[in-house]
Ligand binder design. Structure first.
Ligand code: 1GP
Length: 248
């Protein structure tokens, strides 16, 4: 079974899935095994690994350690650039920044990355990446130099999601941005989920299990949390997220 098929099964069985995002620049190799153990006990469905920058010298070693401690739960690269590819992961989100109008971020970097991904034997999961305005400039917005979708214009977001679905993307990632002030609005998620059947990943600024549950009720298939677990990562808190997201 591919990673994508496994994730679809998770959604079917649990109602929605929970992804934890780990930025290699913010997590030390020493603390990683303990953190992963706690996350696995809590019922996480997948790990996303990546960041806007990569100051950490060894992405390969980081992913190798990650994979060894992930107990079979999918490890998926969430790349901030073409330099974030490793054969130690199970899959990579093959992102195209459809909310922007930069050819480089829609297809240019993808052409550079494709042969590297092919050589690494990684499963590439095509993902339409839609940045959504979230109160203040985020790293993704700054680094890509693109304008996010206006948060109070769900119809514009729906048009982008429809385009993504007609283009055959496997996932649509609605992204408020790491550490966003405001997360993706429920109305936007609701409108998009009514218009397309492509599974929606929603992340950015989700700080409580209650907020995560609201996003699932609005139509999110997968929820991502990153920053909040850098502040607080005890097993009970992570489990509260998993339980709020698994609504079946
Ligand atoms: C960012 O969607 C992810 O790419 C997670 O965001 O770090 O704000 O949880 P947070």
């Amino acid at each position: 079974m591919t990673v994508f098929e496994t994730l679809l099964e998770t959604k079917k069985k649990k109602g929605a899935g929970y992804f934890i995002l780990i930025d290699p620049d913010k997590t030390s190799l020493e603390t990683l095994p303990k953190f992963l153990d706690s996350a696995l006990q809590s019922g996480v469905d997948g790990f996303l690994v990546g960041g806007s920058l990569l100051l950490t010298p060894d992405f390969e070693v980081f992913l190798e350690t990650f994979k060894k401690n992930s107990n079979g739960v999918p490890v998926i690269i969430f790349p901030g650039g073409v330099h974030q590819v490793s054969s130690h992961a199970d899959a990579i989100l093959f992102l195209s920044l459809l909310s922007g109008r930069s050819a480089q971020h829609i297809i240019g970097s993808q052409v550079l990355a494709a042969p590297i991904i092919h050589r690494a034997g990684l499963e590439a999961i095509s993902t339409a990446y839609l940045l959504v305005e979230s109160g203040r400039a985020t790293s993704a917005e700054f680094m890509s130099g693109t304008t996010p979708l206006p948060r109070h214009k769900p119809e514009i977001a729906v048009a982008h999601a429809l385009a993504a679905s007609y283009m055959g993307f496997k996932f649509i990632y609605l992204e408020g941005g790491s550490g966003a002030d405001q997360c993706v609005p429920d109305t936007m998620i609701l409108n998009i989920s009514k218009a397309v059947s492509t599974p929606l990943i929603v992340g950015g600024g989700i700080r409580t299990p209650e907020t995560a549950a609201e996003k699932v009720k609005a139509g999110a298939s997968f929820i991502v949390t990153g920053n909040i677990l850098e502040e607080k990562s005890d097993t009970a808190f992570v489990k509260a997220f998993a339980d709020a997201i698994h609504q079946l």
